[in-house]
Ligand binder design. Structure first.
Ligand code: ATP
Ligand code: MG
Ligand code: MG
Ligand code: MG
Length: 345
């Protein structure tokens, strides 16, 4: 039977536009013989845009008022929208990739793609993610975590605690993506202003030792015993893989598969599966690694549960190179959503 797929996109995070591009690509590749796509946009103000052409309306920056129901974030006129058979979540970052949406969808009683609330919430928070991986003995880049209140209370103490990490440093909001808010700091006198800027994005900020890295990524698909793709490599054009490089001028290049010794490839793929399981992931994830060039040591960097999903994004490309073409990948994600839902029911 044909399934109606509620394709969720947009969202309130700074990755709103990226999500629109991901979702357009998903809509174009969902097998039309099997699925009816129902685009469901979430405007920048959090209101669900369910009437007319949600793609066009979000692209135009529309932010409609909430409808009459005080408990629900839908626009006026959305009452007639039928509940889809399954939700496909293409919302990056806060609101979509952090458990909020999962918690909202759960009581609707329909399957949704990707992991559940716990994994999403833990995985978007780079600080929590590192603590979980550390507790499993998985290697993470040396770091310090700071809260906004801690930073305001004792700036000198915070700076002193970071000093042992050396230079350069990477300052990152804990709950973001697409490199938004990330700064490379090369002099200690630049650290405090960089922290002040990072705290505009989040009340939790990480400071990491800045390594000279090769950047490896792996696409993971499935449940507790997931399929792991070949390893891909990103070669950023600039100083690091920043927003500009990811989405604006796209001067970075990628290699799929990465040119790696067989032993390192196996290590990366096994670590990706372990990192995935440690977070109780489900559905999909792109797990990102660093290889420290001077020492050759492998570190987990981060996980992305709603990775970039255009047809030229790393996640679909790594899956494609591993024998899972984009339309089949979408079908597998929907099948997994239904399987997880049935297991829990
Ligand atoms: P994504 O778009 O993949 O979700 P993100 O915003 O979550 O990215 P990170 O992947 O943590 O952020 O960092 C973005 C980029 O910054 C990395 O791809 C890398 O180029 C650089 N970078 C981050 N941390 C470090 C580090 N500790 N040492 C060296 N480079 C780093
Ligand atoms: Mg990320
Ligand atoms: Mg991300
Ligand atoms: Mg990243």
């Amino acid at each position: 039977a044909r399934l109606s797929v509620g394709l969720l996109f947009g969202g309130e995070s700074p990755e709103h536009e990226v999500s629109i591009v991901s979702a357009r690509s998903i809509a174009a590749h969902l097998d039309p013989a099997r699925y009816d796509v129902i685009p469901m946009g979430i405007a920048r103000n959090g209101v669900w845009v369910l009437t007319g052409d949600p793609f066009a309306r979000l692209a135009a920056g529309e932010q409609p008022e909430r409808g009459p129901h005080p408990f629900l974030p839908f626009e006026r006129g959305a009452e007639a929208t039928p509940l889809p058979d399954v939700f496909f979540n293409a919302i990056h970052g806060a609101g979509g990739e952090d458990g909020q949406l999962q918690g909202f969808l759960e009581p609707l009683g329909r399957p949704y793609t990707g992991a559940g609330l716990l994994a999403m919430a833990a995985g978007l928070d780079k600080w929590i993610t590192k603590r979980i991986w550390e507790s499993e003995g998985l290697p993470v880049v040396p770091y310090r975590g700071l809260t906004e209140e801690g930073w305001a209370r004792d700036r000198e103490g915070a700076l002193a605690s970071i000093q042992p990490l050396g230079l350069p440093l990477f300052v990152k909001p804990a709950n973001l993506g697409s490199s938004i808010g990330i700064e490379k700091v090369k002099r200690f006198e630049d650290l405090a202003p960089a922290l002040d800027r990072a705290f505009r994005f989040d009340r939790r900020v990480l400071v990491e030792q800045g390594l000279e890295v090769r950047e490896l990524e792996v696409a993971v698909l499935g449940g507790d015993d997931p399929f792991v793709s070949v390893v891909g490599e990103v070669l950023p054009a600039g100083e690091f893989y920043d927003f500009q490089d990811k989405y604006l001028d796209g001067r970075s290049t990628t290699r799929i598969p990465a040119d790696l010794p067989a032993g390192l490839q196996d290590q990366v793929r096994a670590s990706a599966a372990a990192a995935y399981r440690a977070l109780d992931a489900y559905g999909m994830a792109r797990v990102d690694f660093f290889v420290d060039r001077p020492t050759g040591r492998l570190f987990l960097n981060e996980v992305n549960f709603i990775p970039g999903f255009t047809s030229i994004s790393m996640y679909p490309k790594m899956m494609e190179a591993s024998g899972v073409p984009y339309p089949e990948l979408l079908t597998r994600l929907i099948d997994l959503a239904i399987k997880r839902f049935q297991q829990r029911a």
